[in-house]
Design a protein around this ligand. Structure first.
Ligand code: ATP
Ligand code: PAF
Ligand code: BAL
Length: 291
């Protein structure tokens, strides 16, 4: 695997492949890789001739009081993992490579981006849409891979690509989980041992919601309240967003009918915020509750 830090070097390397008619798969990340990221790499490897990963902790998507400076970083470890995952190129620019001067241009998807996680992280999704557009322009991928764990991000990127006719196919990859069901996330390392044990309540709350829907709960306010109470049964869990929405538009809904619904959770443990979600198909009667 070759690592490049400048846009020009990466473009030069990829131009040769493009001339030879090779397809390029791209996996953007903020690094501190885990098995969830490696599943995205595996899919990209399976479906493309050339695989490019990026590691860039993007300042544009962090609020003033967020964890930009303490975001976990370990480039050598990440490089070894990517090498083992047969990734061809790593693009790991510094902030000055990506933003040699303050960005004047912003890509915003304001309605989808102000909902849910956007309501507690104002400006976050404009920072994501802007950097992803710039990364797409640098890499020129045929396919780009994003995790369903960041469901709102995935839908915003899908909408952005569609609205702007960006020439890339966006592929969503199912969430990879730890043994107790907690979604793998770089930020899990912030959790204390006690918080880490408590965090297992998050996937259990998704199971609980699915169980409630299967047993006939169709009122969204009732379901959101029940899930919030379920989460609050764990004293260390502070639910910030518990929302049932339309999976595509993220619009609010009142009643669960025949169509699948998205349940999105944003739960704080101490200073660490964890995201999770599930698309619940109301008619899936065969669901067995996980103890
Ligand atoms: N558990 C997971 N399963 C599948 N994809 C994942 C998982 N965790 C992250 N991803 C995806 O990897 C890509 C890069 O994400 P990122 O580097 O922010 O990792 P992260 O673990 O989500 O970090 P953070 O803890 O900061 O949210 C995103 O598309 C994200 O959705
Ligand atoms: C897509 C992304 C790499 C943009 O910085 C980031 O938001 C992430 O890691 O999910
Ligand atoms: N995983 C999404 C990137 C972020 O939280 O900033």
């Amino acid at each position: 695997m070759k690592t490049f830090t400048t846009i020009a070097e990466l473009r030069a390397a990829l131009a040769e492949h493009r001339r030879a008619g090779k397809t390029v798969g791209f996996v953007p990340t903020m690094g501190y890789l885990h098995v969830g990221h490696m599943e995205l790499m595996r899919r990209a490897r399976e479906e493309n001739d050339v695989v490019v990963a990026s590691i860039f902790v993007n300042p544009l998507q962090f609020g003033a009081n967020e964890d930009l400076s303490k975001y976990p970083r370990d480039l050598a470890r990440d490089q070894a993992m990517l090498e083992a995952g047969s990734v061809d190129y790593l693009f790991a620019p510094g902030v000055a490579d990506m933003y040699p001067r303050p960005m004047e241009t912003v890509v915003d998807v304001p309605t989808l981006g102000s909902e849910l996680e956007g309501s507690v992280r104002p400006g976050h999704f404009a920072g994501v849409a802007t950097v992803v557009t710039k990364l797409f322009n640098i890499v020129g991928p045929d396919r780009a891979y994003f995790g369903e764990k960041d469901f709102q991000q995935l839908q915003i990127i899908r909408r952005m690509v569609d609205d702007l006719a960006q020439p890339v196919t966006v592929i969503g990859v199912p969430t990879v989980r730890e043994a107790d069901g907690l979604a793998c996330s770089s930020r899990n390392v912030y959790l204390t041992a006690e918080e880490r044990r408590a965090a297992a309540i998050v996937p259990k709350a998704l199971d609980e919601a699915q169980h409630l829907v299967a047993s006939g709960v169709s009122d969204v306010v009732e379901l959101e309240k029940a899930v919030t109470e379920f989460l609050a049964s764990e004293p260390l869990a502070k639910p910030e967003v518990v929302a049932v929405r339309d999976p595509e538009t993220l619009e609010t809904i009142e009643t669960i009918g025949d169509r699948p619904v998205l349940l999105l959770l944003f739960v704080r443990f101490g200073t660490t915020k964890l995201l999770d979600n599930r698309v619940i198909a109301p008619k899936s009667a065969s669901f067995a509750k996980v103890a």
